[in-house]
Write a protein that binds this ligand. Structure first.
Ligand SMILES: Nc1ncnc2c1ncn2[C@@H]1O[C@H](COP(=O)(O)OP(=O)(O)O)[C@@H](O)[C@H]1O
Ligand SMILES: [Mg+2]
Length: 256
């Protein structure tokens, strides 16, 4: 379990996160849902340790991250991977080199080991044979899958996805969502930030709704859809209108 307890952070007089308390269950897909500017990416930066909160605690599997030694923090960093919204691939490096850059303990690997590891990772994301291509030669969906392969290079326990399907066509969206499901079957914990309801519902087990730096609702989809919170009701209105009886669809998801 990863827990954020009463996390607050202010940057340049802007309150970015305001008393955020949430928990992420291991082995599950947790969705962080909310409009642009709500603070979703900021939560990922806090989990990744890129930002230190002004107040509050982060508990990773029972241990207080704020009280960890540098060595413990380093070990923790290896357990959490991230797929950035813009993929953050190096344009001047090939697909293989982009992944190689993130392979841990490269020096300890024997000559052909990195090659096999890269092949294995590319096969996992259905991109076999793309080793020598450059990012500019790839479609948006392929770039996203390289970014996922790279995040998987050091075998993290938890992967943070920032808007993984934003800007992708339906086919590529589906392939990314399928990968997230495949990762779950392998025991990986995913935290998926998105503002796209359909995608959230397709892969989500637990949902956290955030607005203006505050958590407004958290729990199962059913709980969220029954929420009396005015913001949550408004946010889900479009979804409920389009899916005339959302509970029929939910029970389908549950029985899948
Ligand atoms: N480095 C920063 N300095 C000051 N304000 C920031 C910084 N990064 C983000 N913000 C602000 O924090 C708020 C939340 O941002 P973010 O977490 O990126 O939102 P989301 O990912 O939900 O769109 C926004 O109002 C944004 O302008
Ligand atoms: Mg964001």
């Amino acid at each position: 379990m990863i827990e954020l307890k009463n996390i607050s952070i202010t940057l340049n007089d802007n309150v970015i996160l305001d008393d955020v308390t949430l928990s992420i269950e291991m082995g599950m897909n947790t969705i962080i849902l909310g409009p642009s500017g709500a603070g979703k990416s900021s939560i990922l930066k806090i989990i990744l340790g890129l930002w230190k909160p002004d107040n509050g605690e982060i508990i990773f599997e029972g241990k207080n991250v704020c009280k960890m030694t540098d060595d413990e923090i380093l070990q923790l960093r290896k357990k959490v991977g991230i797929v950035f919204q813009g993929n953050a691939l190096f344009d001047s490096l090939t697909v293989a080199e982009n992944i190689l850059y993130f392979l841990p303990d490269k020096k300890k690997l024997s000559e052909n080991e990195p090659k096999y590891k890269i092949e294995e990772l590319l096969s996992f994301v259905n991109l076999s044979g793309t080793e020598n291509l450059y990012p500019e030669e790839l479609s948006g969906g392929m770039k996203k899958r390289v970014a996922i392969a790279r995040a998987l290079a050091f075998n993290p326990q938890v992967i943070l996805f920032d808007e993984p399907t934003t800007g992708l066509d339906p086919i590529n969206t589906e392939s990314v969502l399928e990968l997230i499901e495949k990762l779950k079957q392998n025991g990986t914990t995913s935290v998926i930030v998105t503002h796209i309801l359909d995608d959230a519902i397709e892969v989500g087990d637990n949902f956290i709704v955030i607005n203006e730096g505050k958590i407004v609702e958290a729990g199962s989809l059913e709980k969220i859809l029954r929420s009396k919170n005015p913001f949550v009701k408004e946010f889900f209105k479009r979804f409920i209108e389009e899916n005339h009886n959302p509970f029929i669809r939910i029970s389908k998801e549950v029985n899948k």
